[in-house]
Ligand binder design. Structure first.
Ligand SMILES: [Zn+2]
Length: 244
C-alpha cells in the first residue's frame, strides 16, 4: 500500500465493501463488524488537519491523538487550537497522546502515570475546548503495554480489550507490519483497530527519507514566519530570500 491519500481512500473503501462500520472507542460495542480508525499526531498538526479533511470527504470519522508535551507543536498555541477545532469540525474526536518519557521520575510507577494521564487529558480538553476521554501511548514501554491501565474517566486505547478483542494494525515508522489490505479482505476479524500517522501521507508517494527530508528542511520557512510575528522588520535583519 502506498502512503498517499488515494491509497488510504482505497483502504477506507475496501473497509466499507467488506462491511466494516467506523466506530469510536465507545460506539464500537453497538456495532457488529467495525473498525476504529486512529491517528497519532507525533509531530505535524497541519498534516493531521489535511487528513481530517480528507476523511470527512470520504465520510468517515476517527480519533486524533494529540500530544500535550511535544517539542513540535504547542497544544495551547492559537495555531494549534485552530487546527484542533478544524479536526473536530470535520466530525472527528480528539484524544490524548501520552509520552511517558516526559516523566522520568514516574518510570515503572503505573499509578503515578495513570494520574498524569488524567491530568493531561483534562488540560488538553481545556486547550481544545472539548471533552478528552481517550488516551493512546507515544512509544510505549513494555511496562505500560502490559499494565492494562485503568484510568477513571479515560478510555485506554492500549487497554487489553483493544488488542485482544480487536485485530490491531499500524503503519508505525511508515511501514505496515502486516498486510492491512489482505487482513480487511479476509474478513477474518469482526473488529479492527487501525493506527495511521497522517505525517506519512501525501498526494504523491514520498519514501521514508524524502518525507523526513521535506519536513526537516521545510521547517526554516515556518520558523521565519513565526519570527516575523515577533520581530519588527525581520526582512531588514535577514531577507526572506536567505532562507535555506
Ligand atoms: Zn506517537
Amino acid at each position: 500500500m502506498q502512503f498517499t491519500y488515494q491509497s488510504y481512500g482505497k483502504l477506507l473503501e475496501q473497509l466499507r465493501d467488506h462491511g466494516y462500520q467506523t466506530a469510536d472507542y465507545e460506539s464500537w460495542r453497538q456495532k457488529e463488524r467495525c473498525v476504529i480508525l486512529r491517528h497519532d499526531v507525533d509531530n505535524d498538526i497541519q498534516k493531521a488537519v489535511e487528513m481530517a479533511v480528507f476523511e470527512r470527504e470520504q465520510g468517515v470519522a476517527s480519533t486524533y491523538f494529540v500530544l500535550l508535551t511535544s517539542n513540535f507543536y504547542n497544544a495551547f498555541s492559537g495555531e494549534t487550537c485552530e487546527a484542533l477545532q478544524k479536526i473536530m469540525n470535520c466530525g472527528h474526536q480528539i484524544g490524548l497522546h501520552f509520552d511517558e518519557v516526559r516523566y522520568p521520575s514516574l518510570a515503572g510507577d503505573m499509578e503515578g502515570i495513570g494520574k498524569k494521564i488524567a491530568e493531561e487529558a483534562e488540560l488538553l480538553g481545556r486547550a481544545a475546548g472539548c471533552r478528552v476521554n481517550t488516551v493512546s501511548m507515544h512509544r510505549p514501554s513494555k511496562e505500560i503495554l502490559e499494565a492494562d491501565l485503568q484510568i477513571p474517566g479515560v478510555i485506554n486505547s492500549y487497554g487489553k480489550i483493544f488488542f485482544k478483542d480487536f485485530k490491531y494494525v499500524s503503519d508505525s515508522r511508515r511501514r505496515w507490519r502486516e498486510p492491512v489490505e489482505e487482513i480487511v479482505a479476509s474478513e477474518r476479524y469482526e473488529r479492527l483497530h487501525v493506527l495511521t500517522h497522517a505525517f506519512w501521507y501525501n498526494r504523491q508517494e514520498l519514501d521514508l527519507h524524502d518525507s523526513v527530508f521535506r519536513y526537516v528542511n521545510g521547517g526554516n520557512r515556518q520558523r521565519y514566519d513565526w519570527l516575523e510575528d515577533n520581530i519588527t522588520d525581520l526582512e531588514a535583519i535577514m531577507p526572506s530570500g536567505e532562507i535555506l
